[in-house]
Design a protein. Structure first.
Ligand code: BGC
Length: 637
C-alpha cells in the first residue's frame, strides 16, 4: 500500500515536472522577441502583438530630459528621451555624468512589463557640441568648402565615438538642407546651395552609422555596433528654400524644383541607410510639412521605400497651427496621419497620450497607422542591438575630446578656409604670412573668443561667448603658437588708427564676424558683421597691411571693405581648433577651400544662387585661391 502511494506521488511529481518544463518551453516561446536568433521582423511582430495601445503610444514619444525621470519613463512606457539645445545633466557634465543619466532613464524603460529599452537623442551637429570638452568641428558650411566627403565621413565616425562616450545613441544630424538664401539663420547648418555638394557630404552618414553592407536593400535603416549612432537627415523637406530665408516659413517652388534642389540630399541619405528623417517646421506651397501626407507617407515611405522612422521636430506638432498649439488634437491627428512615427513632445506628453488614445479609440486614426509607427521604431531598436546591450558602460569615455579628434578637426579647419583675396596681384601675395618679424598686431572681436569661433549649437542652443566654457584654441593663441618665438604678438580688440600706425607692426591679422546664433534668432535681413567689426577693419586695414578673417555662418556684407583689405579669408565657423586657421595663414599648409556658396555684393541681390539668370556675385560659387605650403619661416623686407 505504502509503495502504491509512493508510486502515485511520483507520477504526480513527474507530471508536475513535465508541466513546469512545458510551460518553460512556452515561456521561451512567450519571449520570442528577446531571441536574437529570430529575424528582426519576427521579433517586431511578436512584440507588437503583445503591446497595449498605451505601450504603443509611449514608444512614439520622445520627451526632454529635464521633464523626465526613470519613474516617468516607466509610467508612460516612453520610447525615447532627448536633450534640446544646451540641455545638460549638470554644469560641465563629464562623460560619466551623461552615462549615469542615460542609464538611469534606461532602468525605467527596462522595468516596464515588456522591458523595451529607450534610446537617447541629442543635436551633435558639429561634433558633440553640447558637451563640455568635446571636439567641436567646423559647422557644415565650412565642411562644404572642403569638398572632401572622405574627411566628412571621418568626422562622422569621430562624432559617433564622442557621442557614444557619453552613453547617447542618437544624433539629429546631418542637416541636409540646401540653403538658397543666406538670410536664413540656419544657413551654416547647410553644406551648400548646390544640391550635388550636399549629396556628396552625406558621406557623414556612414561615418556616424557605419557602412551599409552591399546586400542591404535601399531604404533599410542601418547602424553597426556600439561605437556608432543613429543618424537623422533633416529637415524634410525644403527647409532651406523658404521665402527671404525666413526660418520655418514657406517654400514656394514647383514639384520639379523641389525634387531637383531639396530632395537629392534625401535620396543619398536613404541609400546610405540613414535611420531617421526629421520633418521640417516649414511649409511647402503653404502646406505644413508636419501635416504633409503626400510627401511623408506618399513619397518618402511609399515611393522611396524609406524603412526607418520619421521623427517630428521639437514641438513640431504645435507649429502646425498658427498660433502654435492652437488646436493640438487636430495637430496630433494631422501629424500622425501624415506618417510621422516618433514625436518630440518635450513637455506636454500627457496631452499627446490622451489625445492620441482618444483619436485611435474613436477610429479617427486606424490602429494600422500606430502599428506602422511602432514597428519602425522597434525595428531600429532591435537592429541596433539595444535590447541585448541596453546600458552604456564607461569603456568609451576616453574618446571624448581626444587629441586624434582635435587633429582631425584641425585638418577640417585648414581645408575649410577659403582665400578670397591675396594681395594686390598674383605676384605680390600677402599670404603665407612670414613667421619671423619684429611685431604683429592681432585685432578684432573674434580673435580671442573660442565661443564665437564655434557658433550656435555649442554648449548652449544659441552658442556662447568666451574662452572658459569650452575647451579649444582661439585664433589668437594659434597665431602665438605658430610665429617665431622672437616675434611679438600684440592683441587689441578694436584699436584706433593712432595705435595701429604708431607701433611699428609689420602686418595685422583682423578676425571679425557674426556673433553666435541658432535657428530663427539668426535670421538677418541685412547680413552685416557685428560691431565693431567694420570699424576695426577700417582702422587697421586703412593704416597697415592686413589679412581679414571673417568668422560667420554665411557670406556677409564685405564688398565696401574689400578695397581696403590686402588679404581676405572666409573662415566660416571653424569650431574649437583655431590652430587650423594659423596653419594656413602662415603656410604650414596651403589654402585649398572653395566657396560652397555664392558670395553676394549687396543683400538686395538675394536670393542669388549659382545658375541664376541675375547671377552677379562678388565671389562666385566654387571660388577660392590656393597657396602652396611653404617652409619660409622668416621675413625678408
Ligand atoms: C531644431 C532641430 C533640432 C531640435 C532638437 C529644433 O528646434 O529645428 O534641428 O534637432 O530642435 O534640438
Amino acid at each position: 500500500m505504502y509503495l502504491e502511494e509512493m508510486a502515485k506521488i511520483s507520477i504526480i511529481m513527474v507530471g508536475l515536472w513535465l508541466l513546469v518544463s512545458w510551460s518553460g518551453l512556452l515561456d521561451t516561446e512567450y519571449t520570442k522577441y528577446k531571441d536574437t536568433k529570430q529575424y528582426i521582423d519576427t521579433r517586431v511582430d511578436d512584440l507588437v502583438s503583445r503591446m497595449t495601445l498605451e505601450e504603443k503610444i509611449g514608444q512614439m514619444l520622445q520627451i526632454e530630459r529635464k521633464y523626465a525621470s526613470a519613474d516617468l519613463v516607466k509610467k508612460y512606457f516612453l520610447g525615447s528621451i532627448m536633450s534640446e539645445g544646451g540641455s545638460i545633466p549638470v554644469p560641465q557634465a563629464s562623460a560619466e555624468d551623461w552615462i549615469d543619466m542615460v542609464n538611469e532613464f534606461q532602468k525605467g524603460a527596462l522595468s516596464t512589463r515588456l522591458g523595451i529599452p529607450m534610446f537617447y537623442g541629442i543635436d551633435a551637429v558639429h561634433g558633440h557640441g553640447t558637451v563640455y570638452k568635446a571636439t567641436i568641428f567646423p559647422h557644415n558650411i565650412g565642411l562644404g568648402a572642403t569638398r572632401d566627403p572622405e574627411l566628412v565621413k571621418r568626422i562622422g565616425a569621430a562624432t559617433a565615438l564622442e557621442v557614444r562616450a557619453t552613453g547617447i545613441h542618437y544624433v539629429y544630424a546631418p542637416c541636409v538642407a540646401v540653403c538658397r538664401d543666406p538670410r536664413w539663420g540656419r544657413c551654416y547648418e547647410s553644406y551648400s546651395e548646390d544640391p550635388k555638394l550636399v549629396q556628396d557630404m552625406t558621406e557623414i552618414i556612414p561615418g556616424l552609422q557605419g557602412d551599409v553592407p552591399d546586400n542591404l536593400p535601399k531604404g533599410v535603416p542601418f547602424i553597426t555596433g556600439k561605437e556608432k549612432v543613429i543618424g537623422c537627415a533633416k529637415h524634410y523637406v525644403g527647409d532651406g528654400g523658404t521665402i527671404d530665408g525666413i526660418d520655418e516659413h514657406n517654400t514656394v517652388i514647383d514639384r520639379d524644383e523641389l525634387m531637383k534642389i531639396h530632395m537629392p540630399g534625401y535620396f543619398s541619405s536613404i541609400s546610405k541607410g540613414v535611420v531617421t528623417i526629421m520633418v521640417s517646421y516649414s511649409s511647402w506651397n503653404g502646406v505644413k510639412m508636419h501635416a504633409h501626407h503626400d510627401l511623408i507617407t506618399g513619397f518618402l515611405k511609399n515611393t522611396l521605400h524609406f524603412k526607418g522612422f520619421v521623427i517630428s521636430d521639437f514641438e513640431g506638432l504645435d507649429r502646425i497651427t498658427s498660433p502654435p498649439h492652437a488646436n493640438i488634437t487636430y495637430s496630433i491627428e494631422a501629424g500622425v496621419s501624415a506618417g510621422i512615427d516618433m514625436f518630440m513632445v518635450p513637455k506636454l506628453y500627457t496631452e499627446f497620450i490622451d489625445d492620441l488614445t482618444m483619436l485611435v479609440k474613436k477610429e479617427y486614426i486606424p490602429m494600422s497607422r500606430i502599428d506602422d509607427a511602432v514597428r519602425r521604431i522597434l525595428w531600429v531598436k532591435f537592429m541596433m542591438g539595444i535590447f541585448e546591450n541596453p546600458f552604456a558602460d564607461y569603456s568609451l569615455v576616453r574618446y571624448l575630446g581626444i587629441q586624434e579628434h582635435r587633429q582631425l578637426a584641425m585638418e577640417a579647419v585648414r581645408k575649410s578656409m577659403v582665400l578670397l583675396k591675396n594681395g594686390e596681384s598674383i605676384d605680390k601675395p600677402l599670404l603665407p604670412l612670414p613667421k619671423k618679424v619684429p611685431k604683429i598686431l592681432v585685432a578684432g572681436s573674434h580673435a580671442d573668443n573660442v565661443g564665437y569661433q564655434c557658433g550656435g549649437w555649442t554648449i548652449e542652443w544659441q552658442g556662447v561667448s568666451g574662452n572658459n566654457v569650452l575647451k579649444g584654441t582661439t585664433i589668437l593663441d594659434a597665431v602665438k603658437n605658430t610665429v617665431d618665438p622672437e616675434t611679438t604678438v600684440i592683441f587689441k580688440e578694436n584699436p584706433d588708427i593712432e595705435f595701429v600706425k604708431s607701433n611699428g607692426f609689420s602686418y595685422a591679422i583682423v578676425v571679425v564676424g557674426e556673433h553666435p546664433y541658432a535657428e530663427m534668432h539668426g535670421d538677418s535681413m541685412n547680413l552685416t558683421i557685428a560691431d565693431s567689426g567694420p570699424e576695426t577693419i577700417t582702422n587697421v586695414c586703412g593704416a597697415i597691411e592686413c589679412v581679414v578673417i571673417i568668422i560667420s555662418g554665411r557670406p556677409v556684407v564685405i564688398e565696401p571693405y574689400v578695397g581696403l583689405i590686402d588679404a581676405l579669408v572666409a573662415g566660416w565657423l571653424p569650431g574649437s581648433e583655431g590652430q587650423g586657421v594659423a596653419d594656413v595663414l602662415f603656410g604650414d599648409y596651403g589654402f585649398t577651400g572653395k566657396l560652397p556658396r555664392t558670395w553676394f555684393k549687396t543683400v538686395d541681390q538675394l536670393p542669388m544662387n549659382v545658375g541664376d539668370p541675375h547671377y552677379d556675385p562678388l565671389f562666385p560659387f566654387g571660388f577660392g585661391l590656393s597657396t602652396k605650403p611653404t617652409t619660409k619661416g622668416f621675413y625678408f623686407s
